[in-house]
Write a protein that binds this ligand. Sequence first.
Ligand SMILES: [Zn+2]
Length: 405
Amino acid sequence: MEVIWEEPYESFSRFINKNGYNSLLVICDKNTFDVCAVKVKETVEKSNRKCKIICFEADVTADEFALGKVLFEIEQADIFVGVGSGTISDITRYTAYKFKVPFVLFPTAPSMDGFASSVAALTINGLKTTVLASSPEAIFVDMEVIENSPEILKKAGFGDLMGKITALLDWQLSNILFEEKIDWEVLRIVKNTYLKTLNSVGVNDFCKNLLEGLITSGIMMARVNSSRPASGCEHHLSHFWEYHRIKTYHGIKVGLATLYVLRFYEHFLNLDKSRIHERKEYKVDIKTWEDAIEKGFQPTFGSIIKKNIERVSKLNDKEFRSQVINRLVEKKEVIDELIRDATIVYSELIDAYKKLEMPMNYWEIGIDDNLFKMSFLCAPNIRERFTILHLYEFLGLTDEVVRSF
Ligand SMILES: [Zn+2]
């Protein structure tokens, strides 16, 4: 997959000529039509190719209705062209995959990391689900469009990219404690990309670095065939808030969650070995856990309990506890070093959030005290992928950290 940063429309024209695409289907919304799709249309028509446009309302959701609209309006097409950010790229990626045609993207905002992805986030029966799709043949970037995109979308993309700080820490933690496979090259690339973006907040290259970072994260996910390099418990928290219909962009939630997850890592740094040893005696009270899940996951708590009961019961297994605690104590210095290395940018990160006017407290995005407290106990049950929140669930110290917020 190629990313074209210079002369996007000329390159696109060469691309369709070279590949002999004769009829193109452009998928966009009313906003992205005006800023970008109209230029795509002109480019196609100048090359004497057929161009059909499917234009959605600006607030479209990638759901059954949107997919049906493509099915209803589609005519013959050799390739799909998605012009937009999250939702439009999901609709394009999924319908192109279903119709077995290739597709390319013209991103219009640096708002999320899914451009290069091979999965689509759809809302089916009202629930967000991730389904198999395909990756784009190429991504054409009109930097003028990206620079002029709404500030809220840039903030969302920045939050999603900064989430990689804790995502990578979670990955390394799991590698150290449970020998989960890790790709060091992928880790290094993702880390460089978020650092480069963080260092450029407020300067000229910010938008380019941000979009490049987001696209690169997607490519790295595809490379290891997992979202591990891009998603840890900051994403689990974001999904939990989404479940509770907290209405703001994905990346805004992820960015906020990242700040809280970093506080867990900071707490771990201050945890001494004798305290960790003491936690061998801790037992999860299954009844209390079930009550928490029942409150946190109305009305689908039954399936969440069923999915997690075995995992949570294992936390009380004496041998398992002793193994993990011994490993933690043995590797404490190594883990501390990783945390220090990643959090060296903490004050820079806080400055960047302030400069960009990102939400830094839960109430700013409409989360109440109750939901906030529940989040950290419930998030580990969203996905089994091991994170610092799973470690704190195991140690029984989640409440202690949350009380310090
Ligand atoms: Zn994300």
